[in-house]
Design a protein. Structure first.
Length: 253
């Protein structure tokens, strides 16, 4: 039992430090570890969602201290993403997730390649005119990302990070801050509540996961703030490619 708790803590610490630095991808290590240690998929997913809220708490504490957030963008991401999360969390308990996992993996892999092929992407803040059509399209994609976040666990934060860079003109440091606080805290919190009500959570596994996620979220956010956009971009690309490949393999097995 003690060995399991130590394993869970170390996995959560590593996964959430990397996720806080890259802007997503904690489920790449954390969810498979929960399944490998004996939890059924639905229970592992709900437990992972609860633990991921601690990632959002840790990242929020660090980014609030640094003043990294835009109130207007925060409200937009919350308003469009949370209904999608609720819908996706209900959907995943009723369908076979294999094809959706493969599709998400391919899309996540493509995101990493897209960022890699554009060296200047997200290195500076771009002035973007947020007229009505652009805002509506932006919110529509965030809603879809919310659905994916509620139903699947890896890759959606990375999608939001790149979308904030590409569509809303943020640099990588700003985008990662918004993704971690809003996806990690608000979206994952809503998903955890929905899955907890509709399914079940391994409560005795949570102390080690929550501690590792909280510390990892704060430390990763600190590294992101200090590291600069170029470092974040490289870590983002590595995590997206690795996450995409892992999701495709998981969907095929």
């Amino acid at each position: 039992m003690l060995l399991n708790q130590l394993t869970l803590f170390l996995v959560a610490l590593a996964a959430n430090t990397l996720s806080a630095l890259a802007g997503g991808g904690a489920g790449l290590l954390q969810l498979p570890a929960l399944i490998f240690l004996g939890l059924p998929f639905a229970v592992a997913l709900a437990t992972h969602k609860v633990a991921s809220v601690a990632l959002g708490v840790g990242a929020t504490l660090r980014h609030l201290k640094a003043g990294s957030l835009s109130v207007k963008l925060v409200l937009m991401i919350l308003a469009t993403g949370l209904p999608g999360v609720w819908l996706g969390a209900r959907w995943i308990l009723e369908v076979d997730e294999s094809l959706a996992t493969i599709a998400l993996g391919i899309m996540t892999f493509a995101i990493g390649l897209y960022s890699w092929r554009r060296p200047n992407l997200g290195q500076t803040t771009m002035a973007v005119a947020l007229d009505a059509p652009r805002v509506l399209i932006g919110l529509g994609v965030l809603f879809v990302a919310g659905v994916l976040n509620g139903s699947l666990t890896s890759g959606t934060g990375l999608i939001v990070t790149l979308w904030l860079v590409r569509w809303f003109g943020l640099n990588y440091k700003q985008a990662v801050a918004h993704t971690l606080v809003l996806v990690g805290l608000a979206w994952n919190g809503a998903g955890a509540i929905t899955l907890g009500v509709l399914g079940s959570i391994a409560w005795d596994w949570l102390p080690a996961l929550l501690l590792g996620s909280l510390i990892g979220g704060y430390f990763g956010a600190h590294l992101a703030i200090k590291g600069g956009n170029q470092l974040i971009k490289r870590i983002f690309e590595l995590v997206t490619v690795a996450t995409g490949m892992a999701l495709v393999l998981r969907g095929m097995l």
